[in-house]
Design a protein around this ligand. Structure first.
Ligand code: BES
Ligand code: ZN
Length: 882
């Protein structure tokens, strides 16, 4: 069927409440092989002031109606119309409550979109955010329609001994024919996107948690049969999250049970359904032999994030999907703060900023740009973006920077108190901080509506005679499409004036922009701050902790920058300043690939990197970050036009060899000192030491061209982190050699029955930094373990190739683009959401040199002409071509 109906455009300004108010939901879900029967009873009432003849319009998606009754009596055919997408009912009571009984029939086994009710490895499970509930029953499927739910599940006891839904367990018992039932009661009002149901034969672990006020909660984690032994760390992370949210935000858990189910086929990372989180099993299952330190950190983050949603998202939800950052940006901020407290704050901040620059900056600087609160969308699934999540988290962080830690906490307390049980807006959120602190955040609010990354130019001038430092700050924002300038933001600039002893000086501020404590509030386009009584000339450290999501241009001498890279008491800035120096040098080298005589990095910068890396007084994880070069994607973004990925790769690789040569002695020492402990521990300190030793291994291999140390490490490794790091060196630096091939084969052989390890095997080969990697991935499509039906597997091979292999995806002959576009077309038929996500990897196509640009455009245009393309993929492709 040729589809011409690209869904309509939904606009923020069109928001209005529903005509009918929902009071309660009661569902019975009967599960059978090959079908599910869903009976839903809604208790509804016409909203006051709504016309008596207004019809009730319910959302559906690929549904069949098999029964409809009003107050227990069948609704006559002439008073309703039902299509797969919509159920419209006329002649409903003008006043008072009434009940509607809606029966639908669906086939979970045929649901390849993994939205709504589907089967994953035999287990029935649901995913309803954002609009999946309408694939289960006809409903007012929008986040401002809240109700308590009572859910009865019936299934065959042998196939599905475990029956779970939201809330607290109420009843269970036997039924004839080997079937049984369970009833779950969720007393908290919730929107339909938080509905969940799981049924299947699962293993589980349980633990008790007592909340701060003494309430006992039973925690459960459910996994596939035989894998529950890998859930212990997730359980530990859950208890630490619950404890932290009580201490840091005063938030306690509210139900008697909290359950997590780990599922192999899942579109996203995890989902915060009330009392029943459903997780991609990648974010639950771990052991030292199959998971890396990064995987452990990822599990901790995702467990915390979904748990924290119980207050930021569930108890207080979003009025509409335009307010998505109200729950997602805020909850990312909360999980980042949790990780900072659990691990190292500086290292966490470096990780978050790297992520922001890798994903959000390119999005904000390309055709998929949109405000943190979008004004319109065609497909809401495409707005779970780095901008909503990561920039959204940065906006919350800026509020905390502007108000200070106590002021921020008071605002949050007011938000929880004032809006508990509400579907709220960004305006509601901001008003709480204004009311709690007296601050005026009206200019700040512009960050939510104005897209784009502002630039911040900082200049300084020193007057030796009077000991006065004058700092100039200037912001600019070029608005993508219109080309005009935006309105100035309120930019909080955290700063310090560093003395030659490495300590911040205490100085007097004469006048200029408002300064509170260590924060300059830049509110005009251009402002000046004058510092007096400075004494000796200081080193100016600005934008500490990356206090605002801007691109910084600080006119500062190389010697000042190198001094700060050594001395700045703000560890984040020490890293940032060095990282900027390296990135600028690599940008210059990539721009001018013929310039072979000069080294890719000036000697002073190499020495500075090695100085940081060799500083034993600093934690190992930080030293590993100091050694990590900017990604090739980051260099491409900074180049902004005429990008040649081969030139970038050559520059980065030359820098890697140079650092490896100059630092050989240090790297040997680091490796020698990193003797692994007898027993593996995933704690941050041990992980940091492994990270540092593995970076050292990479540099040594780059410098020597000798695979032997990596081979030896591969063979000796007693945990996945060290094994995978060694394998990556072999496969990426020595592709096709006997050493690489043998190690890859060994890795596959020992991983064969663990899908998560097989994913690592696919992803590693997809990221060989060579245009010829396309042949490898193309070949792997035919591997017996490859399937388009498991999102993790698709992401491991196709997503990783397009998103992380710059040289091969952006091949000059366009073959990378064509191959990925073909995969998108195939996948789009099964799972549009995942296909659309992969299509976003084209987003920076215009910044490449002419030949690649033409090839990318051709691939995108060909994609957009495919008849029957999903709304999801069509939206991304269409906007990318704009
Ligand atoms: N609510 C989302 C999951 C989601 C996203 C559902 C998009 C439907 C559409 C969940 O809270 C979330 O944000 N998960 C993230 C991980 C998190 C740590 C940022 C994810 O799934 O990637
Ligand atoms: Zn979330």
């Amino acid at each position: 069927m040729l589809r011409t109906d690209d869904g309509p455009t939904i606009k923020l300004e069109d928001y209005r409440p529903t005509d009918f108010v929902l009071h309660s939901v009661a569902m019975t879900v009967r599960l059978f092989e090959g079908r599910a029967e869903i009976d839903t009873q809604l208790e509804l009432e016409r909203r006051e002031g709504v016309a008596g003849d207004a019809r009730l319009v319910l959302d559906g998606d690929e549904l069949t109606l098999s029964g409809l009754a009003l107050n227990g009596t069948a609704v006559p055919a002439e008073t309703y119309t039902a299509s797969p997408e919509r159920l419209e009912i006329a002649s409903l009571p003008a006043t008072g409550r009434f009940t509607l009984d809606i029966a639908t029939r669906i086939v979970p086994e045929e649901n390849t979109k993994l939205m709504g009710l589907y089967r994953s490895n035999g287990v029935w499970c649901t995913q309803c955010e954002a609009e999946g509930f309408r694939r289960i029953t006809y409903f007012l499927d929008r986040p401002d329609v809240l109700a308590p739910y009572r859910v009865r599940i019936e299934a065959d006891r042998a196939t599905a001994p475990i029956l779970l839904s939201n809330g607290n367990p109420a009843e269970h018992g036997d039924l004839p024919d080997g079937r049984h039932f369970a009833v779950w009661d969720d007393p908290f009002n919730k929107p339909s996107y938080l509905f969940a149901l799981v049924a299947g034969d699962l293993d589980s672990i349980h633990e008790e948690f007592e909340t701060a006020s003494g309430k006992p909660v039973t925690l459960g984690i459910y996994t596939e049969k035989g894998r529950v032994g890998q859930a212990g760390y997730a359980m530990d992370a859950l208890k630490r999250s619950m404890w932290w949210d009580e201490r840091r935000f005063g938030r306690e858990y509210d139900l008697d049970v909290f359950n997590i189910v780990a599922i192999p086929d899942f579109n996203m990372g995890a989902m915060e359904n009330k009392g029943l989180n459903v997780f991609n099993h990648k974010y639950v299952l771990l052991d030292p032999d199959t998971a890396t330190d990064a995987d452990y950190a990822g599990v901790e983050t995702v467990i915390a994030h979904e748990y924290f949603h119980n207050w930021t998202g569930n108890r207080i939800t979003c009025r509409d999907w335009f307010q998505l950052c109200l729950k997602e940006g805020l909850t990312v901020y909360r999980d980042q703060e949790f990780s900072a407290d659990e691990r190292s704050a500086a290292v966490q901040r470096i990780n978050s900023v790297r992520r922001l620059k890798a994903h959000q900056f390119p999005e904000d600087q390309g055709p998929l740009q949109h405000p943190v609160r979008p004004r319109e969308y065609r497909e809401i699934n495409n707005f779970y973006t780095a901008t909503v999540y990561d920039k959204g988290a940065e906006l919350v962080r800026m509020i905390a920077t502007i108000l200070g830690r106590d002021g921020f906490r008071k605002g949050m307390d007011l938000y929880f108190e004032r809006h508990d049980g509400d579907a709220a807006t960004i305006e509601d959120f901001i008003a709480c901080f204004e009311d709690a602190s007296g601050a005026d955040l009206s200019q700040f609010a512009l960050w939510y509506s104005q897209a784009g990354t502002p630039s911040l130019a900082v200049s300084e001038s020193w007057d030796e005679a009077s000991g006065t430092l004058t700092v100039g700050l200037k912001q600019a924002l070029e608005l993508g499409a219109s080309g005009t300038d935006g309105d100035p933001f309120h930019i909080p600039v955290r700063f310090g004036l560093v003395g030659s002893n490495g300590q911040d000086k205490v100085v007097t501020v004469r006048h200029g922009a408002e300064v509170t404590g260590d924060v300059i509030h830049l509110t005009g386009e251009e402002e000046t701050v004058i510092f007096e009584n400075v004494g000796e000339r200081p080193y100016l450290s600005v934008l500490r902790d990356f206090s605002a999501p801007v691109t910084l241009h600080h006119e500062q001498s190389l010697s000042d920058r190198l001094a700060l890279a050594r001395l700045d008491p703000n560890l984040f800035n020490r890293w940032r300043i060095l990282n900027d120096l390296v990135a600028e040098a690599l940008v210059a080298a990539s721009r001018d690939p013929q310039r072979t005589a000069e080294p890719p990095l000036p000697a002073q910068i190499v020495e500075a990197i090695l100085g940081s890396a060799g500083d034993d007084t600093i934690e190992a994880a930080y030293r590993a970050q100091a050694l990590a070069l900017p990604s090739e994607q980051e260099i491409a973004r900074m180049l902004a036009e005429n990008v040649d990925p081969d030139a970038i790769h050559a520059a980065v690789d030359a820098a890697r060899r140079l650092i490896g040569e100059r630092g050989r002695a240090l790297f040997e020492r680091i490796r020698a000192e990193a003797r692994p402990a007898a027993e593996f521990s995933p704690d941050a300190d041990s992980a940091g030491r492994r990270a540092l030793a593995n970076v050292a291994l990479g540099y040594l291999a780059a410098a020597s061209g000798d695979p032997a140390p990596a081979e030896a490490q591969y063979r000796a490794a007693r945990n996945m982190t060290d094994r995978l790091a060694a394998l990556a060196v072999l496969v990426h630096r020595f592709p096709g050699t006997g050493a690489a091939t043998a190690a890859l084969a060994d890795f596959y052989a020992r991983s064969e029955d663990d899908g998560l390890v097989v994913d690592k095997w696919f992803a590693l080969q997809a990221t060989v930094p060579d245009p010829a990697a396309l042949d490898i991935v193309a070949g792997l499509l035919n591997h017996p373990k490859f399937t388009l039906r498991n999102p993790n597997r698709v992401r491991a091979l196709v997503g990783t190739f397009a998103g992380a292999n710059q040289r091969a995806f952006h091949r000059a002959d366009g073959a990378g683009y064509r191959w990925v576009a073909e995969r998108i077309v195939e996948l789009d038929k099964l799972n549009p959401q995942v296909a659309a996500r992969i299509a976003t990897t084209f987003r920076s196509w215009r910044s490449f040199e002419a030949e690649r640009r033409r090839a990318a455009q051709e691939a995108l245009e060909k994609l957009s002409a495919i008849p029957g393309l999903s709304n999801d993929t069509r939206d991304i492709v269409g906007r990318s071509l704009r």
